[in-house]
Design a protein around this ligand. Sequence first.
Ligand SMILES: O=C1O[C@H](COP(=O)(O)O)[C@@H](O)[C@H](O)[C@H]1O
Length: 263
Amino acid sequence: MGKQPNLYTFSDTNALAKTLRAYVLQCQTAGLERHGAFKVAVSGGSLPKTLAKALLDPGNGGPEDKINFSKWEIFFADERAVPLDHSDSNYKLLKDELLDKIPEDLGKPVVHPIDVRHLDDVQEMADQYQEELMRSFAAKDSVKLPIFDLLLLGCGPDGHTCSLFPNHELLRESDAWVAPIEDSPKPPKARITLTLPVVTHGIKIAFLATGEGKAGILKEILDTDEGRSLPCGLVNEGGGERVSWFTDAEAVNGVGFPKRGSL
Ligand SMILES: O=C1O[C@H](COP(=O)(O)O)[C@@H](O)[C@H](O)[C@H]1O
């Protein structure tokens, strides 16, 4: 077995958000040192709310505690084939929870939503989003994979992450950076997603999982052999110690995997 992920656990989401903020700041500093920008992929679901709590906190006011959104490039780890103002849109969720609330003095991130001209053709939508990545990270024929500074991921109750679902053939995609899915078991059916090699290639990969609804699946992913083949388990396997789980007490109730309380 390779290196293990880190499992951070906190009493509640407020305590979690404080440490998540410190972690994101570390990743931001590393990204700025590496290439003068911070390239992040963000999921939908329950994640944007907790992320906003972490990033919109005024912090301690010190220079090392400053989220510098003007250096951020935000991509979507997955997106649903719906207009950007639709209630199922991951972009809308992030906009409502975070983007619209960023104070002016923190700067504006560059945000990369899907191209909504291709909502009826998810293959084309995925291809266009892959080209969007290529414009930022370099052409696909010159680099094997894009390297995100940080991927912020959710974990569904079935162990899915991004729009990579258990036992789905997309888990075997090894060429595309972005892939379409038209039979998502969770509605809406039509989506695009970053592929597993792109996810596991990230410099840092963080899962956010909170609430009692996640307890069963976290136990399966972190404590059992079967859990290793679930999408979240595959990210753990591929990313090893570059993967960190940010959880609250309810989500890890019954989980035996060793826990940490600080970075
Ligand atoms: O459908 C999706 O679900 C996952 C997990 O969502 P959660 O509400 O259980 O946290 C999410 O990460 C993904 O972006 C979304 O499209």
